[in-house]
Ligand binder design. Structure first.
Ligand code: URA
Length: 238
């Protein structure tokens, strides 16, 4: 059981003081009864709580899928740049969520944002090897030799040998290529550094899949939505 004012303030309905005023104004209902005191104990998982006639959407954790745009950083705070958290509406930001792993400032695509620390750990811990799929545009022709090298494990600039990666060539000629690449790790600038090791440059990078979770193509750059129940079970089942 939790205090009603705490439940409501955690969901962004205001400070405890403001919630006291809401209650005083008679706009807060629990299980069909107008409540008289903001410090009563409720079970937020079971009680039907309404504010101004509207039922609250209680959740402890929030799970957001964002189509990250280029130009914003995957952090909760930054002195110079806009962050992915700055793109959230106040009623989502109130959960104090953070990005799961990082995409570079110029990388777009699938970014999970949550306040569930345990899920974050399971998805980012090196020992879990969660597959991440990226679509990329490359400045030169990508060929079968690159596919083989990725499969064997690319040695990047600091001498680290990457785990085998699957490289699929969508189109390729001397003016450039389009590819999908699946990596199991998340080293700093990993995809870019893997191509640099093959003397090629990544011109555009977008993450399209993480584990079995696929980026919703209906999300425009910078848009986001909460995960569906199915998506949440997909991402948690690993
Ligand atoms: N690899 C990169 O180089 N950059 C990213 O943002 C993600 C993977």
């Amino acid at each position: 059981m939790e205090r009603l004012d705490k439940v409501l303030s955690n969901l962004g309905y205001g400070s405890r003081k403001e919630i006291k005023i809401l209650v005083k104004n008679g706009v807060v209902e629990v299980d069909g009864e107008i409540v008289k005191s903001s410090d009563i104990k409720v079970d937020p998982e079971k009680a039907k709580i309404k504010v101004s006639g509207e039922e609250i959407n209680y959740r402890k954790y929030i799970y957001i899928m964002m189509n990250k745009p280029a130009g914003v950083v995957s952090a909760t705070f930054d002195n110079y740049d806009e962050t992915v958290i700055d793109l959230l509406e106040p009623d989502h930001a109130v959960f104090n969520p953070f990005p799961v792993g990082r995409l570079d400032k110029d990388t777009e695509g699938l970014l999970l944002i949550t306040n569930d620390g345990e899920l974050n750990h399971r998805l980012t811990s090196p020992k879990w090897h969660v597959d991440k799929v990226y679509y990329a545009q490359i400045d030169k022709a990508v060929d079968e030799k690159d596919v083989e090298a990725f499969e064997k494990g690319i040695v990047i600039d600091d001498g680290y040998k990457c785990l085998p990666a699957k490289l699929e060539v969508i189109s390729s000629d001397k003016d450039g290529s389009e590819i999908n690449v699946t990596i199991q790790e998340g080293k700093f600038h990993q995809v870019k550094r893997m191509f640099e090791a093959r003397s090629k440059s990544v011109l555009y990078l977008k993450r399209i899949k993480m584990g079995n979770l696929v980026l919703d193509e209906d999300l425009e750059e910078g848009q986001y939505r909460e995960l569906s129940k199915e998506e949440l079970s997909i991402i948690k089942e690993r």
